[in-house]
Design a binder for this molecule. Sequence first.
Ligand code: ADP
Ligand code: ADP
Length: 238
Amino acid sequence: MLLEFKQVSKQYGTDTKALTNVNFAVSEGEFVSIIGPSGAGKSTLLRCINRMIDASSGEILFHGVDMLASKKSELKRLRTQMGMVFQHYNLVDRLSVIENVLHGRLGYKSTLEGVLGLYSKEEKHQAFTILRTLGLEEQVYKRCDQLSGGQKQRVGIARALVQNPKMLLCDEPIASLDPNASKVIMDHLRNISTTMGITVIVNLHQVDTALKYSDRILGVNKGTIVYDGHPSGINREQ
Ligand code: ADP
Ligand code: ADP
């Protein structure tokens, strides 16, 4: 099993219970969408996976290793296997596309501009290959603040992919995009899962999109899992 949640709870402060005894397991290569109303706990759940947020109790196993018990160095290593994609892209706007992508790989070892020389031929070659796959070959040397939202999100995905992750965690990746750009992003995520065998876990508030693209749906409401199964089991009228 790639990822297991066992009795995971998260409380913010003294009285906000964002997650209560959450249990689920994800196998390698699955495309899983997390859906549910605003405030249900979707973002908290996703961010607990790589410990961007620390769960309050329970076990989060990645390849059987307990993330919550991992020390800093171990955690760093595990996190490189979990690429993260954000709603607001989280790019360095004044840097070029290729610089943003390569920095992702090396964990921002430098924030200076003009740092392409720091990276090996192989590293650059891999970055170019990924950018081409995502249809960004024309944008490689553009500054990120000159890109459309959909292009920025593809850069975000490329930055995650150069780490050779086992899993992509995508937190509302299309919430800021128009329908056309959203479709492009979802098609890329689906393709990454199918052709590269990378597990994709994505938070979506668009239920129809989740049903169309996913192998599996995790329905979250009030901090608990209320549905775990095939998209065909979801009643759209609910
Ligand atoms: P969703 O992603 O489904 O909208 P969230 O995980 O963002 O849900 O939020 C779940 C609950 O936790 C909500 O009640 C929200 O207000 C609360 N919450 C989220 N983040 C914080 C935080 N940093 N501090 C306090 N409460 C928070
Ligand atoms: P170096 O100066 O170390 O040779 P380069 O930046 O010239 O590094 O190229 C490194 C690798 O990146 C090349 O082998 C090539 O695969 C790829 N590459 C460089 N520039 C481009 C480009 N404009 N389009 C596609 N791939 C490129």
